[in-house]
Design a protein around this ligand. Structure first.
Ligand SMILES: C[S@@+](CC[C@H](N)C(=O)[O-])C[C@H]1O[C@@H](n2cnc3c(N)ncnc32)[C@H](O)[C@@H]1O
Length: 419
């Protein structure tokens, strides 16, 4: 790693390539009086570092990004207020980029009828430019990528030139501040937040920084709070004291110390060294409220799958039954159902995926790996199997294998989002 890469990593935590860093330095050298690269680094000031950081961050965000997280968060906030309607639900969005995520939180809770005095959102980002943009509340076309733009008519006012400004009713629910997650002062905010959104940041960190960031986030979150991560970040949280929630495609987590959930895989004793945990419950995901956007469709089975001799409903029931039995703790019976299903559909990727989970639950990581490999052989875009394999590779200290699997999962996710 070059001295400049090391310096930027120390300042941000970001795992940056040499070319990105060099490009940013070249850009800043043109703006300053630095004679050469070394001279530029020697004359580094905190202000110049801030300007340099601006050039390497990825402030990509949009309203209603990965919408299921907002559905799950609303359910959770409602439950909190149902237990005590005098309380304030505190939500943290870090990193908030240009404010799209925290404003979405405020819009969703407002639309759900939650009174403004019952919730507040704190939003932080390392980039002062992002925070200034967020405070201005003015957005162009790029921020409105959701298919349904009814929220724009409801909560924005035209600002001319195709731009829109967030209405004051929503703006006053969010407090923006510049801040680095890795330097977050916990003295006044330990266990302060009911909900934490930390999405699409850890993917840019290396392993030690990811661990440090998760420790900070865990300290900020109440013990019974909920955290929402990016799709590729769930495995990292599972390795550092969190367990996944079953809300479909929300990528929600809770602390392992929180009340045990019914799902079997979160209550088992971890193997030593800890085997990676499932990124979802084996049970079928709960159905969403009618107002919720439809979950991303599951990927269809490969065309090569031959029609079963039994009606498809029978085969599908076998897998549903396998999941139900697994959640009841009857691993053996669940495994039998999977095998019965495979007798009808020898190329069922989902059956192999479940067999992988069952073996993981019974602390047989090698077997689990074999099944997940079969799963992605049959269905190369099986996102969850790829995540589990990435987690296993990490547990086996295969950093480059894990990174390749995560990148592949990320590409698939993006593709599924786009379609
Ligand atoms: C891809 S955006 C994610 C925004 C939003 N959470 C989302 O998912 O749409 C990543 C943001 O992380 C910010 N960032 C990078 N390092 C950070 C750090 N150490 N602390 C806080 N924010 C950071 C960047 O400035 C950038 O705006």
């Amino acid at each position: 790693m070059t001295p400049a890469q090391t310096m930027l990593r120390a300042a941000t935590g970001l795992n940056l390539s040499k070319s990105i860093v060099e490009r940013a330095i070249k850009n800043r050298m043109e703006q300053t009086a630095a004679k050469d690269h070394d001279d530029y680094l020697r004359q580094m000031t905190p202000e110049e570092m801030t300007a340099l950081v601006e050039l390497v961050v990825v402030p990509e965000s949009w309203f209603y990004r990965d919408p299921q997280a907002f559905v799950a968060m609303t359910d959770f906030a409602r439950a909190r207020l149902a237990a005590n309607n005098d309380r304030l639900v505190r939500i943290l969005s870090i990193p908030c980029a240009g404010g799209e995520e925290p404003y979405t939180i405020a819009m969703v809770l407002t639309d759900a009828g939650i009174p403004p005095e019952n919730f507040m959102v704190d939003a932080f980002d390392i980039s002062p430019t992002c925070v200034a943009r967020a405070k201005s509340g003015i957005y162009g076309r790029n921020a409105f990528r959701a298919q349904d733009l009814a929220f724009r008519d409801l909560h924005f006012t035209s600002a001319g030139d195709g731009d829109y400004r967030v209405n004051d009713e929503i703006r006053k629910q969010v407090r923006f501040k510049q801040g680095n997650l890795l330097e977050f002062d916990l003295s006044t905010r330990a266990g302060y937040y009911d909900v934490v959104f930390c999405r699409n940041l850890l993917i840019y960190f290396d392993k030690p920084t990811t661990k440090a960031a998760i420790e900070k986030l865990s300290a900020l979150l109440m013990d019974d709070g909920q955290l929402f991560a990016g799709y590729a970040e769930v495995p990292s949280f599972c390795q550092h004291g969190f367990s996944p929630l079953s809300h479909n495609q929300a990528f929600g987590l809770q602390k392992e110390t929180a009340a045990p959930r019914k799902s079997l895989h979160t209550t088992r004793t971890p193997a030593k060294p800890p085997a990676p945990k499932a990124t979802r419950s084996i049970a079928s995901p709960p159905s969403l409220p009618p107002s919720a956007p439809a979950p991303r469709p599951r990927v269809a089975a490969p065309a090569a799958v031959k029609p079963a001799t039994a009606p498809p409903a029978v085969a599908a029931n076998l897998l549903a039954e396998a999941r139900r039995l697994a959640d009841l703790g009857d691993i053996k019976a669940a495994e039998t159902r999977c095998r019965d299903h495979l007798a009808l559909h020898p190329e069922s990727a989902e059956a192999y995926f479940i067999l992988g989970l069952l073996n993981e639950l019974t602390n047989k990581p090698k077997m689990a790996e074999d099944y997940w490999k079969r799963c992605i052989y049959l269905q190369p875009d099986h996102y969850e199997a790829l995540c589990h394999l990435a987690l296993l590779a990490e547990a086996n200290n295969d950093a480059s294998g894990a990174a390749a699997l995560k990148a592949r999962a990320a590409r698939i996710y993006k593709r599924q989002q786009a379609s």
